[in-house]
Each structure stands twice: as structure tokens, then as C-alpha cells.
Design a protein around this ligand. Structure first.
Ligand SMILES: *Cc1c(COP(=O)(O)O)cnc(C)c1O
Length: 403
């Protein structure tokens, strides 16, 4: 078979319908008064933040109540700026520190001008933001991240009253929220989540009673939304579940989440390989029989990790084909067997949107000894994100969507 070049390109197929479906699944778990803040950091976990923000903040037809997100959150000011105009509150979770080091000040000024909510963990950060807000002539919206046991970012509970007094005393600051983050919420009924929630409530009840409804209390990530309803409070912050992945890291069909992403690439070449020939760097795979090897134009530079091989598989039409040899920077080889039954240009699926597929994100995470989050975040910028069902195609069926 001659090596011909394929016309198609590798791409991530992103289902807007699946994203909105997952938001609705999460919404059903919540009391109607609880807000949903969609976590779109790291380019929406690799799915494409602009597309995700658009889907989640423009859901529903004009005049309808939004079925998507009441707020969105990212890690950094740069990430918020990259989203473009957003018609719901935007929260930035990386704590403000060193506000006066190079470049930071102008970034904070623009964040204050946009009324994005900045995260504070220390009185000095509160002072800095208050001064910058005063200079810009606007009030800065801030939230306080409280460390209830994660021991990462966040103000210690003992230091919280002083920080709140500081915020209260600065007219250029407006307290928008008090929040915490759970260390073990991905494990159902983990006692530490209950303990963290208890600490959070105790630390924030006085302020909440003193000024009820003035700011939001929030704590729950995807895991806690499912496993700790007591932690829903005023707002929840789902990330991974919005993208259709179970927070436990294992598929669970009872929760009805639908994976949003599918990663496909056209077969670039199909070549006969004689028994005994070595394939790829290090010649780590030796053909055990005469066979055909397929070439996919994706490699570790795209986040198709070197550690996937040996072990990982791809789907080709209705067959599962093993990844063989070493994954290289731009290319990956699969064994098509003695009867390749495929054509150059046929799409191989590298990452499937069926949670039970042998090339689901769960399976890939297992081969690389990591979690689905990391697989998603590593997918490179060379891969185009394509929305397969924008709002103009509401009638798209599931089978068309998979095509
Ligand atoms: C990333 C993040 C989340 C979302 O976590 P998931 O486990 O993906 O639901 C929620 N809150 C904060 C502060 C985060 O950084």
C-alpha cells in the first residue's frame, strides 16, 4: 500500500450539548437557590475556555433563565482576560501576592476595572489591592480563601478575623465571598471533608450572621457536589464533572455524566511491516508477524504522552488497535494487524467520549499513572478544538455527534 497523505487534521471534538447536559445534571443536585460557578481554568481543562464560557453563559434562548453557569472561575488574571466579555461574575482563584512586583500592578488594575473577584489570603494583599483600587477610582471585589486543612493557599482560621477587619475598614474593597477548598472530596464520605466543612462553617458563621446575604460562602468542587450536599452552601464550583468525568476518577454510569471531549486524528499512513522489523525509537517493538502499521499525526508534543506506550490503544472504526513502539514528538504508531481494513484518512480515536471505551480518558490516565485532569490539561495547543454541536444544530443526534 502506498503512503498517501491524509487531508484531515487531528482535532478535539467538543460537545456543547454534553457540557450543558452535565451542568444540568449538577444543577439537579442543588437546591434552587444555590449558584453554580463553572471552573474554566487551564483552558477549561483543555477543552477550550472561550467555547466553554460561551456555551455556559449563553445557554438557553433569549429571555429564558440560564441553564448554564451563574459565575465562572479561572486561575489567573491572564486567563480571565483571554475569555473576552463575560456576562456573569468572574472569579480569579490564584491568591494576590506581591501586588507591586513588575507587571502585577497593571494586571490588578485591569482586573479591578473589569470587576473580577480577586482572591485574598493575607492582610498585606488586602492593603495592596485596596491601594490599587483607590488609585483606579473603583471598588475591588475580593473573596477570602480560608485554609481549613488543605494546607496550600488560604488564610489560617486564627488569622481570619484580622483579615476580615482589614477588608471591612477599606472602603475601596467589597467582600464578595468566603471560600475554602477540600483536600479529599473525590473520595465519597471521606471524614476529612466533613471536618473541613465544620471548620469552615464555624469560622464564617459569625460574619455570615452579621451581614447575611452580602457575600457568598462556597466550598464544593465536583466531588463534594455529589458526596457532601451539606457543603453546597451558597455556591458550588464544579470543574471535572462539567467535562463529564466522574470525580472519583473511575466511570460511574449512575451519575449520568457525559464526557465532553473526543480526540481524533486521521491516519497519515498505512505501511506493511515484515515480521522481525523494529518500529520507532529504541526499536522497542519488533513485529511478531507480517503486519500493517498505521501512523497517527499526534505525539507527546500534543499531550499524547510517551508513557501511554506500551499499553494504550486507539479506536479505528469499530476496532481497537494497540499503540506500539515509542510515542514520539509528532507521530504515534499503531499495529493494524495483517488485514488493516482501513484507509489513509480514516479517523482514529485517541481519546474516546464513551466512558467505558478502552481509550477513555480514564484508561489513558491509568496507562500514564495519573488522573483524568492531567491528561486533559496536557493536550497541546497544536490540536484544534472544534465544537461539534453549536446552538444552530439543536437537533443533532448522539450518533451524528459522534461522527
Ligand atoms: C480546580 C478547582 C475547583 C474544581 O475542582 P474539580 O475537582 O475539578 O471539580 C474548585 N475550586 C477551586 C478553588 C479549584 O481550584
Amino acid at each position: 500500500m502506498d503512503a498517501r497523505h491524509a487531508a484531515g487534521e487531528p482535532r478535539l471534538l467538543i460537545s456543547r450539548k454534553a457540557l450543558l447536559h452535565n451542568a444540568a445534571v449538577l444543577r439537579r443536585r442543588l437546591h434552587p437557590s444555590v449558584r453554580l460557578c463553572a471552573i474554566l481554568k487551564a483552558d477549561a481543562y483543555g477543552h477550550g475556555a472561550v467555547m466553554a464560557a460561551d456555551a455556559l453563559t449563553r445557554a438557553g434562548r433569549p429571555g429564558e433563565v440560564s441553564t448554564g453557569a451563574d459565575a465562572i472561575a479561572v486561575a489567573s488574571i491572564d486567563e480571565a482576560a483571554a475569555l473576552g466579555p463575560i456576562n456573569v461574575p468572574v472569579l480569579i482563584f490564584r491568591p494576590v501576592e506581591n501586588a507591586f512586583v513588575a507587571g502585577q500592578r497593571s494586571a490588578l488594575e485591569s482586573a479591578i476595572n473589569e470587576n473580577w473577584v480577586l482572591t485574598l489570603c493575607s492582610p498585606s494583599a488586602a492593603e495592596d489591592v485596596a491601594r490599587i483600587a483607590l488609585a483606579t477610582g473603583r471598588r475591588a471585589s475580593v473573596q477570602v480563601m480560608i485554609d481549613t486543612g488543605m494546607t496550600r493557599s488560604g488564610v489560617d482560621i486564627a488569622a481570619l478575623p484580622e483579615l476580615l477587619r482589614r477588608i471591612e475598614s477599606r472602603p475601596s474593597l467589597r467582600l464578595a465571598g468566603l471560600c475554602t477548598h477540600f483536600a479529599c472530596a473525590d473520595e465519597p464520605r471521606h471524614p476529612f471533608t466533613v471536618e473541613q466543612l465544620e471548620r469552615f462553617k464555624q469560622a464564617t458563621d459569625p460574619a455570615a450572621q452579621f451581614t447575611p446575604g452580602r457575600f457568598l460562602r462556597h466550598a464544593a468542587n465536583s466531588g463534594a457536589i455529589f458526596f457532601n450536599p451539606d457543603a453546597h452552601l451558597d455556591m458550588v464550583r464544579p470543574g471535572i464533572a462539567l467535562y463529564g468525568i466522574d470525580p472519583t476518577g473511575r466511570p460511574n454510569m449512575d451519575r449520568h455524566l457525559r464526557p465532553v471531549m473526543k480526540w481524533v486524528a486521521p491516519l497519515l499512513m498505512i505501511r506493511p511491516v515484515a515480521k522481525g522489523a523494529g518500529v520507532g525509537y529504541g526499536q522497542s517493538w519488533i513485529a511478531p508477524r507480517d503486519t500493517y502499521v498505521g501512523l497517527a499525526p499526534v505525539g507527546y508534543a500534543d499531550g499524547y504522552l510517551r508513557r501511554f506506550s506500551p499499553g494504550a490503544v486507539m479506536r479505528l472504526n469499530d476496532r481497537i488497535v494497540p499503540v506500539i513502539g515509542r510515542v514520539s514528538m509528532d507521530l504515534t504508531t499503531v499495529d493494524l494487524g495483517p488485514d488493516p481494513d482501513a484507509a489513509v484518512g480514516d479517523d482514529v480515536t485517541l481519546l474516546d467520549d464513551d466512558p467505558l471505551s478502552p481509550c477513555s480518558v480514564y484508561a489513558l490516565a491509568k496507562w500514564a499513572d495519573t488522573i483524568p485532569y492531567e491528561i486533559f490539561c496536557r493536550i497541546g495547543s497544536r490540536i484544534r478544538r472544534v465544537c461539534v454541536d453549536d446552538e444552530t444544530s439543536h437537533a443533532t443526534t448522539d450518533s451524528q455527534e459522534a461522527a
